[in-house]
Design a protein around this ligand. Sequence first.
Ligand code: ARG
Length: 464
Amino acid sequence: MKVKLEKTITDRTVDPDILSYTVGDDPVLDLALVKWDCMGTAAHVTMLSEMKWLKRPVVTKTEAAKVRKALAAVVKLAEEGKFAILVEDQDVHMAVERLLTAKLGDLGKKIHTGRSRNDQVAVDVRLHMKDEILAAESEVCELARALVAFGAKAGAVPLVGRTHLQPAMPSTVEMWATGHAEMIIDQLENMEAAYRLADLNPLGSAAGYGVPLPLDRARTTRLLGFSRTIHNCFGASMARGECEAALLSALAQLMAVLSRFAEDLILFSMPEFAYFRLPREYCTGSSIMPQKFNPDVLELVRSKAAQTLGLQTAAISLLHAMPGGYNRDLQDCKWLYMKGLSIARTTLRILEKVVKGVAVDASACRRAFSPGVFATDVALRKVADGTPWRDAYHDVRDQFAALYDGKSAEVADLDPDRQVALKTHEGTCLGIDRQLYLRRISEALASALSRRKALDKCCKALLK
Ligand code: ARG
């Protein structure tokens, strides 16, 4: 039987099964890249129109302006959901060229001069990533802010501090909440490292080896708002995948932090602990057990943390044995990082909502203090009376039962609130500096916002 071959935009005829396998999910995934692809093309065409080469430029300044206008129309079309990428296009790059050629004729056929889809996709992914990282960073800040507010509201409500899950020492709900908040805020460091890698311009590397045209790569770097150009063209093509992997590693770590937090919430809202209560409407029921209010939402945070780690592993595995230069394997990096971003961003938003709904049962928190939680405090009291620490430790250990039979005057005044109030040094129960967190959060938010504005400004200047 004769197979009908599909004609692609490059006029190549390809077996439809092979075409569909190689194109994969690009016609859908690339819809997220339309704006960034158009921005990259606008910068490239602008640079071509300024290029000093032969007598006549590849495209004139007027023509470049026409292309930019047509590109802006493509972005609008995409925003209205009216832009389609066909399997025969293969990806967003060819789809945009097809549309521009239909609209502008020969001028549309010129936009790919001195450029390859390899550097196009590398630019698109980096711009998309920068935008998404900044949005995710703001979501990290909002979740941390909700946790700080939750802690401030609970104030010095005592909470049993645990090690090995066993009761350990007096703590507070605020120390627990802001401890998690600080871990979450610290994740911004990894995300910033991924951002810095994404903020480099690969454009002008063409297929990875440059072209015999005097491209002004620094010009497109400025136009697109990148911090600098990736100097080596071959290196620029090799860097595809690297920033995806770096971002996924930051996201996997962030998700692990969120998963630990979710696990604490699950434990402490169990009826056996009952320190916290999740709003009923945030819990799901059982089809057979009428009494159930399950924290599925938090269990899924754990599962999604595992998946994100899988995505990171997939990205690095995909890269590690690939030869230098472009290989189609790289296309599969795209859905990995997009999936990772979507998982992390929804999780951040859902956890912010959960945190805002959690109620604290202060009496359950106080009731949970068993005498052992005060053991270290009692030993330290002996140190204050002049006993060397190790002797005080043994005294308490040896006399534990006697001390806590309820009759000993030595421990009669022990009470969670009083013991918590004695812990005042930096970072302990009453030594939590809320302002420190709020400052870090607003600085990070302001920095993300100003960079988003700068990116927006580049986009507006190129697409008008
Ligand atoms: N969709 C492709 C990708 O994501 C675009 C680059 C295609 N380049 C090529 N040489 N086949 O990798």
